[in-house]
Design a protein around this ligand. Structure first.
Ligand code: SF4
Length: 206
């Protein structure tokens, strides 16, 4: 099904949405963006990976900042790197700040890149990897049927939010302290106001 420009989902939006739907909406609907130490580190990494470049490393061709798209799924974006191995395998690799760990939002974004590559190149892309800068660890990610279904489900939910122009309420949980948008989001204040809409909370002791 062909998608209009308005209905096209950015690959970066999938990571934001999978981390927190409100973070996605603040960035992609309300156009809010704030730097914190994590995004500054992350953008530094991406600036290096954002320069289009073809290199050869240990017999494999490595394309950096490769544009990706899928007409079938209405996706568009860029891969940090895509490796073309001598045996014909194609492997997207994303670079992230931080240490190793299974991070579902990273995996969903990478899987969506694989869906684009499969459509663009007409070859299966069964696996990729996430490289964690702080720990210098490379984690392999298999693009299982479950991961593919979850990625496409996220894309559908993102599209619905974009069409509705709706920003979900704050999560106000363990994700918030490390979120780049916590100052703009105000999760604690909004949840407190929702819990006490008349502002009649207990008075503090004098
Ligand atoms: S501060 Fe919390 S609720 Fe707000 S966008 Fe970030 S993770 Fe989501």
């Amino acid at each position: 099904m062909p998608y209009s420009d308005d209905d096209t989902v950015l690959l970066s939006a999938i990571e934001h949405y999978a981390y927190c739907p409100r973070q996605f909406a603040l960035i992609h609907i309300e156009q809010v963006y704030e730097e914190n130490v994590f995004t500054v580190q992350g953008s530094g990494l991406h600036e290096r990976a954002d320069e289009p470049l073809t290199t050869w490393e240990e017999g494999k061709r490595v394309e950096r900042a490769l544009p990706l798209w899928s007409e079938e799924h209405g996706l568009q974006g860029k891969a940090d790197t895509v490796e073309f191995l001598p045996d014909g395998r194609v492997r997207p690799v994303e670079y992230k700040r931080g240490s190793r760990g299974t991070k579902r939002h990273d995996d969903l974004q990478l899987c969506a890149q694989a869906l684009c590559l499969e459509e663009m190149l007409g070859v299966p892309v069964p696996a990729g990897a996430v490289f964690y800068h702080a720990s210098r660890h490379c984690r392999e990610v298999a693009f299982t049927e479950e991961l593919r279904a979850d990625a496409l489900r996220a894309v559908g939910e993102i599209r619905e939010l974009l069409r509705a122009g709706r920003t979900p309420p704050p999560a106000n949980d363990a994700r918030c302290p490390n979120c780049s948008l916590v100052q703009a989001c105000l999760p604690g204040a909004i949840c407190a106001a929702a819990a006490d809409p008349d502002g009649e909370g207990e008075e503090a002791d004098p």
